[in-house]
Design a binder for this molecule. Structure first.
Ligand SMILES: Cc1ncc(C[n+]2csc(CCOP(=O)(O)OP(=O)(O)O)c2C)c(N)n1
Ligand SMILES: [Mg+2]
Length: 557
């Protein structure tokens, strides 16, 4: 049967009802929601979807070499742009292969929409043994994300796509999944006009709570601001509030870059902990306050104000003095407006001195610092650094100066080894205008290094630096230091990473010092259509953990 050509989304909105397949209606709805790329690995379950993508205008398909690559790329694109992104894979193994990335997207509150295939509608749940069948796929998905649904008819597709986008932006943001059966993607029927997307409803700002918070903040003697991923789009407001209150801003992992590291009020974990110990008021913005609340302690002398998109978050660990629910940016604007007029003495001199003192202690991490300085010297201010679970990454979270929001991508509490390279690939694909730098250990890199082929196929000029110590160095050091040197399952046999990358057609070189790394980065960032791998052979590095897992500074529990 001849297939109806999917109309461009504009035409679709103009017409009342049109005959379309489920796949065409889904693609038109995605386009209407601003999706211009789908990261994917195809298979027979989704053939009609890919045929619709072939025919559609304004949407590109970027195929990866493993489903985790496709999903991490969508995650990286979402983190780098702050906008929803999409990936598509087959059911069963395809879904499970992408699941670590979906889990990470959930932990990072990232708007990633997964389109997952399904076996034939009538066979679902019967256990017959169809290709890629998995028991209770919908149930597995429902455990992984907050919003999921199955598209059962063409007419349902646009509404479910709209529901998914609304869910991804409501409350705590996060990923969503739509399933569709193999025999439903190609089914055609009249589909009502695709409505333009409506913004996700925001809870009204609680003006009484804003007033209460503003009065408390103005009265606080030693306020401290703690920012997480939820503050990334409120950098201007956080900066203004920090200045008005002369409040230090603690950002670790996902909060880095909200307040420019050049501001002496911008702190990371170790100095943040000292300040937590002294504070009489903490303002948490889009952060779980995980380290402060679970490790550093709390007592009655410290009041907490929470700003969070997730209404359940503020009371999860301990009821705060004030909770403000919603998007941080408008809430902080209201808070600034409501702040009683007051002037505070500058803390600049004090903070500069304390930063210098802490920096002396952190000098213990000298080998890592040398490489981070080379990176910072070459990566432009708006360049994006993608973190990994490796020695340089741990040190970067504490020490790499970050100047702008969304330029430090760190995997949050999942801290899953091997997320970095494919995530960075997605970030670089979505932001071709800035250099993206992925760092990896030799352990983490081989999780997704096959995606070098994707970088070549789609001409993605990502730069990756692989620090090779021939070990899962982090776990190896733990065995040496805490398990009587009983080293097991830690040493690695590696390829020659330079020749490995070159065999894909990538540019590659070896750098044996921070100086050589700097020169290699300068060359790499000039390339605009080919990926670069820089291998840096390293030895064991000093442990960062005394600056990350730190003892309590207040309270008894
Ligand atoms: C998905 C996942 N598996 C395992 C771990 C445990 N883990 C943490 S660090 C690490 C070793 C990392 O090795 P490498 O990438 O070479 O970095 P290095 O520590 O040597 O710098 C491992 C196995 C993890 N964090 N995530
Ligand atoms: Mg290693």
């Amino acid at each position: 049967m001849p297939k109806t050509k999917p109309p461009a989304s504009k035409k679709t909105t103009a017409q009342a009802v049109i005959r379309m397949t489920t796949a065409e209606a889904t693609v038109a709805a995605l386009t209407a929601h601003g999706i211009n790329t789908i990261y994917a690995l195809r298979g027979v379950h989704n053939d009609h979807l890919f045929d619709a993508l072939f025919k559609a205008d304004g949407i590109r398909t970027i195929h990866a070499r493993h489903e985790q690559g496709a999903a991490y790329m969508a995650l990286g694109a979402a983190l780098a742009t702050g906008k929803p992104q999409t990936y598509s894979v087959v059911p069963g193994p395809g879904l499970l292969n992408s699941a670590a990335a979906l889990l990470t997207a959930y932990g990072m509150n990232a708007p990633v929409l997964a389109l997952i295939g399904q076996i034939a509608q009538a066979a679902i749940g019967r256990g017959i043994g169809h290709l890629h069948e998995i028991r209770d796929q919908a149930g597995i998905i429902a455990r992984l994300v907050d919003f999921s649904a199955r598209i059962r008819t063409p007419a349902q597709a646009p509404g479910l796509v709209a529901d998914a986008f609304r869910a991804m932006a409501s409350g705590r943001p996060g990923p969503a999944v739509l399933e569709c059966a193999i025999d439903m993607w190609g089914r055609s029927a009249p589909v009502p006009a695709i409505a333009p997307p409506s913004p996700a409803p925001q809870p009204p700002i609680d003006e009484d709570a804003v007033g209460d918070a503003a009065r408390r903040l103005a009265a606080a003697k030693r306020p401290l601001i703690v920012v997480g991923g939820g503050a990334q789009d409120a950098a201007a407001e956080v900066t203004e509030l920090s200045r008005l209150l002369q409040a230090p801003v603690l950002g670790y992992r996902r909060g880095r870059g909200v307040l420019d590291s050049r501001d002496p009020l911008s702190v990371t974990l170790p100095l943040g902990r000292e300040l937590w110990g002294e504070a009489d008021m903490a303002l948490g913005i889009g952060s779980r306050l995980f380290y402060p609340l679970t490790q550093w302690g709390i007592d009655d002398e410290l009041a907490i104000i929470r700003v969070d998109a997730d209404p359940e978050e503020p009371e999860r660990f301990r009821r705060p003095a004030v909770a403000l629910i919603g998007d941080a940016k408008p809430i902080l604007r209201r808070l600034i407006d409501a702040l009683p007029d007051h002037k505070r003495p500058s803390r600049r001199a004090e903070m500069e001195e304390r930063q210098a003192g802490m920096r002396k202690r952190l000098d213990k991490l000298a080998p890592q610092i040398g490489f981070l300085e080379a990176i910072r010297a070459e990566l432009p201010e708006d360049g994006i650094f993608v973190d990994e679970v490796t020695q340089i990454g741990f040190a970067a979270r504490l020490l790499l100066p970050v100047h702008r929001p969304r330029t430090f991508l760190s995997p949050g509490y999942q801290d899953n080894l091997g997320w970095g390279f494919a995530t960075a690939l997605g970030a670089q694909h979505a932001r071709p205008d800035v250099p993206v730098l992925s760092i990896s250990g030799d352990g983490g890199f081989l999780f997704t290094s096959n995606e070098l082929a994707t970088a070549m196929r789609h001409r993605i000029a990502l730069t990756v630096v692989v620090f090779t110590d021939d070990a899962f160095g982090n776990v190896r050091r733990i065995q040496e230091e805490h398990y009587g040197n009983r080293v097991i399952a830690s040493d690695l046999a590696n390829p020659d990473f330079v020749r490995y990358a070159q065999s894909f057609g990538a540019e590659a070189e070896r750098a044996r010092s921070p100086q050589e790394l700097r020169a290699a980065l300068k060359r790499a960032f000039k390339r605009r259509d080919v990926p670069t791998l820089i291998e840096v052979p390293v030895g064991p590095m000093p442990s960062p953990w005394e600056f990350i897992h730190m003892p309590r500074v207040r309270g008894s529990r």
